[in-house]
Design a protein around this ligand. Structure first.
Ligand code: GAP
Length: 507
């Protein structure tokens, strides 16, 4: 099976109506994308998988849908106005802009990867301690030294030191190849806009850079109206906006994207226990999709945000390497305490078992819906070499996520076959998105359905008119079987049922 690179995924998404560049007729808007007819179905199926497993199947988690616009003080309280920024550096020759922290993290990763290769040759395992690995490999040791320096600089917010490290470690611009860098400076990622009609009296607003704050400010509204008892969670799916500077990786890093976030409110002192529980729950959710466990790993944050006492990412092996897919963060009582301070309103919970009021601690799980879409595409898109020498492009999506569940294909456009096929279509559309197609040869139609990820194709032929049987073709095996029309619904329903995934994720 051929390796699929990011460019192939981008082309496939465009060609088959999954994702288009935004405002393409005006030459696109950078790092903004539109989902097409197939894309929106797949995206909705991912949302459904998350929402059902998170909200509908947990009696201690409820959902909300808060507004994108929030009172401007929200972002002061949350710390976004003062510190939601990236350290940027420009190369003076190419004029290309980079994130200084990313340049350093990539360099650390390169040293470590080179070191691990050296260690493998010496028969030393990856699971050895850093001490052992550093002694046996110079590159691994260099990676650890740079990492320690970088963390020190990050914790001190020392941008001058970032630049010194970039120069000391001779990091060059990938375009000009030069090491001629500007100073490092902070750049806030929030988009500002105005509320009100008159410029002078209008209020400055921000487009939310995360959905989480809509949950924090509604904490008491939800807790009281839903009579929730700690521990409990509030979840939501919604748009977030960030003025990303390094945004070249398709839907991996976008300026407008969607998040699926859940804040879990717990008794102070129990947060690390819940942090571990949520890591396990979320990993199981990802593995239920049939992913090889070697494609997923936890990454411990090198530098913790000032409000967190634990943070890890679930990384996925994207075609661009292992990258963050989801964050699991123990955010302490920081957000609720800050909102109390800035609003002057109490955001406390009365714990009747302890007979005590307190500000709950929070464990958050936060996943980018678009990044999850890219992950599903990355592992599903395959180029297969067939025995007859032809190449087949197939999207072997988990059937529950497939945009089209079943295609009804009359063999020819005459002899009453379209009419019979439409009868079957009318019956099957209650199972899930059903597609009817009579154009092109049957082989071409099968190939198109494979590329769209359709798990089943039903072919209606002359025999169907005689004995009410059809051919059902399964996407991955390409096996074809003759079955009675009455059997189709149960065969398809069994495979495309979201419960199949949910049971794997939750039991
Ligand atoms: N509330 C916590 C929070 O927002 P984050 O690590 O900044 O944490 C959470 O973002 C998730 O949102 C990431 O793991 C990623 O999947 C997604 N995400 C963040 N920035 C993104 C971007 N520019 N484009 C697409 N997805 C993004």
């Amino acid at each position: 099976m051929a390796e699929i690179d990011l460019q192939k995924i981008v082309s496939h998404c465009k060609e088959y109506g999954f994702i288009f560049p935004s405002s393409e007729i005006y030459d696109n808007l950078g790092a903004v994308y539109d989902y097409g007819p197939m894309g929106v179905e797949l995206k909705n199926a991912i949302k459904e998988y998350w929402w059902k497993s998170m909200v509908q199947m947990n009696d201690n988690i409820v959902g909300i849908d808060s507004a994108i616009f929030m009172h401007p003080t929200t972002w002061k309280a949350s710390g976004h106005v003062d510190s939601f920024s990236d350290p940027l550096i420009d190369n003076k020759d190419s004029k290309k802009r980079y994130r200084a922290d990313v340049l350093l993290e990539e360099k650390i990763e390169k040293f470590k990867e080179k070191g691990l290769k050296e260690l493998a040759k010496k028969g030393i395992s990856e699971t050895e301690t850093d001490d052992v690995k550093a002694k046996a490999s110079r590159d691994y040791n260099k990676g650890l030294i740079l990492e320690a320096e970088y963390i020190k600089a990050a914790e001190a917010g020392d941008l001058k030191r970032y630049k010194e490290l970039i120069e000391e470690y001779e990091i060059a611009c990938e375009v000009s190849g030069s090491k001629n860098w500007t100073e490092v400076r902070q750049f806030n990622l929030m988009f500002a806009t105005k509320l009100g009609s008159l410029e002078e009296s209008a209020t400055d607003l921000y487009l939310r850079p995360e959905t989480a704050q809509g949950i924090f400010v509604n904490f008491l509204n939800v807790q009281k109206t839903s009579r929730m008892k700690i521990p409990f969670g509030i979840a939501q799916i919604g748009k977030a906006f960030r003025n990303e500077i390094v945004a070249r990786q398709f839907i991996f890093r976008m300026r407008e994207f969607e998040q699926m976030e859940m804040q879990f409110f717990v008794r102070p002192g129990t947060e690390l226990e819940w942090f571990d529980k949520w890591k396990k729950i979320r990993l199981k959710w990802h593995l239920a999709l049939g992913t090889a466990s070697s494609n997923l790993r936890f990454h411990v944050h090198e530098k913790l945000a000032h409000y967190a006492n634990a943070a890890e990412d679930i990384q996925f092996r994207f075609p661009i390497g292992f990258k963050e897919l989801e964050g699991i963060h123990s955010r302490t009582d920081f957000d609720l305490t800050e909102h109390q301070k800035f609003s002057g309103k109490k955001l406390q919970y009365f714990d009747s078992e302890l007979n005590q009021n307190y500000v709950p601690y929070v464990v958050e799980t936060s996943i980018g819906l678009d990044r999850m879409f890219l992950r599903v595409m990355s592992e599903s898109l395959k180029e297969e070499q067939l025995e007859n020498g032809e190449t087949r492009i197939v999207l072997n999506l988990p059937p529950a996520l497939a945009p089209i569940k079943v295609a009804i294909l009359p063999l020819v456009k005459k002899d009453g076959l379209p009419e019979k096929a439409k009868e079957i279509y009318n019956q099957l559309r209650f199972v899930g998105r059903t597609f009817y197609e009579e154009k092109d040869s049957i082989g071409k139609r099968y190939r198109r359905m494979d590329a769209l990820g359709t798990p089943f194709c039903i072919t209606v032929d002359h025999q169907t008119l005689e004995d009410n049987t059809v051919t059902i073709r399964e996407r991955d095996s390409m096996n074809q079987e003759r079955v009675h029309i009455d059997q189709i619904e149960s065969i398809v329903r069994k495979q495309v049922d979201m419960n199949q995934l949910l049971q794997k994720a939750m039991i």
